[in-house]
Structure formats: C-alpha cells, structure tokens
Design a protein around this ligand. Structure first.
Ligand code: UDP
Length: 141
C-alpha cells in the first residue's frame, strides 16, 4: 500500500468545542502522522477558493459563512492509504448517517457543521495541501 498525504481541516464547530487534541489523537492512533499544522482564521476569499468546486451547490454560501465563523486547524496527514484512512475516521458527511465511533458521529452536530474536512482523492489532496502550505512547511518524517 502506498504512503499518501491528505489535507484535513478541523472546522470551526469542533475548534469551538475544544476537541482539537481528541481529534489529533484519533489521527495518531490510526497511524497517521501530522506533518504540517496551523491554527488560522480563514478569510472569505480563502474559503471561497478552497470550496470553489462546490460554487454551484445550494449550500455554498452557507458553507463559506460557516468556515469563516471562527478559527480552523489545518493539517497535512501522512501514512499508508492516508486519504481513505482519514475519510474512514471522519465517517459520512451527515453525522446522523456516520458510523458509531467516527469523528463526525462523536463530535459533529449537522451536515454543515460536520467537524472535519478530508480530501477525497490523492489528486485533490495534493492540490488542497498546496492551497494552504508551502512545501517548505511540510515536514515528512
Ligand atoms: N455540505 C453542506 N450541506 C450539504 C452537503 C455538504 O453544508 O448538503 C457541506 C459539508 O460541510 C461538507 C462540505 O459541504 O463537509 C463538502 O461536501 P462534500 O459532499 O464534499 O462532503 P465531504 O467530502 O466533506 O464529506
């Protein structure tokens, strides 16, 4: 299995709930290494650019509004099969449908405030990582 990288964002709802450490522990316990990390307040332009793929969706404006409603924690995770492994840790987009024990089942309240973002493919992960981190700020080990 290939060592991959994925982009993960702890969204404003989970940061406000003070569960950054609990979520990081789940990543580490699953064998994912945090190789870049920052706590930031996204600007409107940051959030719109990041979610540009969803621009035509009815929830786009509310999603952007939510993502700028408070600070987020953005990290790059590295490990075997990292993209799928991270998505499995998150669970379904809608926390009501997320499997028991997943991050969204345990920490998210709704489909829009769903605790953590995760890249959905290795190709998208590469683009999303480059969107937020200069390669000199990613520390593979
Ligand atoms: N989203 C939303 N309403 C919806 C569907 C999605 O607010 O009906 C938000 C939600 O925060 C989700 C993000 O848009 O995480 C991106 O949607 P996607 O379908 O890519 O879900 P994900 O890959 O995050 O599970």
């Amino acid at each position: 299995m290939a060592v991959e990288r994925t982009l993960s964002i702890i969204k404003p709802d989970a940061v406000a709930k003070n569960v950054i450490g609990k979520i990081y522990t789940r990543f580490e316990d699953a064998g994912l290494k945090i190789i870049a990390s920052k706590l930031v307040q996204l600007s409107q332009a940051d959030a719109e650019g990041f979610y540009a793929v969803h621009k035509a969706r009815p929830f786009f404006a509310d999603l952007v509004k939510f993502m700028v409603s408070g600070p987020v924690v953005i990290q790059v995770l590295e490990g075997e099969n990292a993209v799928l492994k991270h998505r499995d840790l998150l669970g379904a987009t809608n926390p009501k449908e997320a499997a028991a024990g997943t991050i969204r089942a345990d920490f998210a309240d709704s489909i829009d405030a769903n605790a953590v973002h995760g890249s959905d493919s290795a190709e998208n992960a590469a683009n999303e990582i480059a969107y937020f981190f200069a390669s000199s700020n990613v520390y593979s080990r």
